[in-house]
Ligand binder design. Structure first.
Ligand code: PLP
Length: 378
């Protein structure tokens, strides 16, 4: 029996179907690395990892922080883990101990790793700067870093990577093309100098969907794994080329009615008196607020689903509560299930819809759901 009042459901068949879709899409030589940073994009790190770890279609797992990777090792997950983010110098020993692959772009990191005593080699991926101007180094620095890594027998330069700045938000391909070009030139130069590495990776979801030549021998798939499109432009580009390609949203966010009440016409609703009823109104009190990740910008804007129908949020979203107008939905009772994100009957509230209401992207909607809410695999 589900005893929760505010919880996340993870649709295992949907997740597995997305895994299959990407494995099928990726070039055969490309390893498949789901990116499960940021609490698996809010879906729940241990839950998502436990499903992916059992899949033969999944090769590596990509993470942002050391804590995420250490938690997976504690959970007993043996798959190769690659950190995409930064590890503080004082904690590099922990990464080595748990056989966690690292992305490097500072000589300080390599010098600190050089001092660590280990049985197994520490595997490193140099992040190359090709125009995103975020993490990464340009060619002269990369040559020096590769040479430095080579000096230490317990360090192994396993890979090179880069990250695109502008694939999702545009149909203009000139900038990613320039980054691909720069990357190939950098790799060619590094190889010529004797600094080759067996693994090459550049693709995020949008790159993998749009440019097969970005698959290289490892693809880093984040948002698409969760059944969400990186952008509308990406979706339209793929629909045109491959109408059969489908992604299934994995996450639903649910709650239950905590109180039903009727207020007279002309009543103010919630903090700030920002909504005033224009008729006798029935309200459902919902035990969800901005603390949970239900953004305050959804005040007087969002809808939720109750009994398969849309109910508008009235007044301000509070820290732990909000209010839905159920005047037009007969028969709503205490503890009836309410959908904040997901499907009920023929209706759906998508992450994209919530993102539009808030003025953000689907990535932020799901990653900001409070990690303390229970995640249930269904
Ligand atoms: C988060 C991240 C990804 C995944 O991006 P999606 O758009 O979610 O597929 C890939 N590479 C790097 C370096 C990232 O930080």
């Amino acid at each position: 029996m589900n005893k929760n009042i505010n919880w996340i459901e993870i649709d295992r068949p949907a997740l597995i179907s997305n895994v299959r879709a990407f494995r099928k899409l990726l070039e055969p030589q490309a390893k498949f690395m789901p990116v499960i940073k940021s609490n698996a994009y809010g879906h729940g790190l241990p839950e998502v990892a436990s499903i992916l770890a059992r899949s033969k279609l999944v090769d590596w797992l990509g993470l942002n922080s050391l804590d995420e990777a250490v938690a997976l090792r504690k959970q007993g997950i043996r798959k190769p883990l690659l950190l995409l983010g930064y590890v503080p110098l004082v904690r590099l020993g922990e990464a080595a101990r748990d056989d966690i692959r690292l992305t490097v772009y500072n000589k300080e990191t390599v010098l600190a790793l050089a001092k660590i005593k280990v049985q197994k080699k520490i595997r490193l991926h140099i992040k190359l700067e090709t125009g995103t101007n975020r993490q990464g180094i340009d060619l002269p620095e990369a040559i020096n870093l590769a040479a430095l890594i080579k000096k230490y027998p317990h360090l192994f330069l396993e890979g090179y990577s880069t990250h695109f700045a502008n694939i999702e938000d545009t149909t203009d391909r000139s900038y990613p093309d320039s980054q691909k070009d720069r990357y190939l030139k950098m790799i060619a130069r590094l190889e010529k100098l004797g600094h080759s590495a067996p693994v090459n990776h550049v693709a995020c979801t949008a790159a993998a969907l749009i440019f097969p030549d970005t698959h290289k021998n490892l693809a880093r798939i984040g948002i698409g794994l969760y059944g969400l499109w990186p952008s509308r432009e990406t979706m339209l580009a793929v629909r045109d080329r491959d109408p059969g390609f489908r992604l299934e949203p994995v996450l639903s966010w649910k709650t239950r009615v905590a109180q039903v009440k009727t207020v007279p016409s002309g009543s103010f609703v919630s903090y700030g008196c920002t909504y005033r009823t224009t008729r006798k109104t029935r309200l459902a009190v919902l035990p969800v607020g901005y603390y949970d990740g239900y953004d305050r910008k959804l005040s007087n804007t969002a809808h939720v689903l109750i009994k398969g129908k849309r109910a508008p949020i009235r007044g301000r979203v509070c820290m732990n509560l909000c209010l839905a107008d159920i005047t037009d939905i007969p028969g709503v009772r205490l503890e009836d299930e309410v959908i904040l994100l997901g499907r009920q009957g023929k209706e759906q509230i998508s992450a994209e819809q919530l993102a539009q209401w808030i003025g953000t992207i689907n990535y932020e909607v799901v990653t900001r759901i409070n990690p303390l809410l229970p995640r249930i695999i269904v």
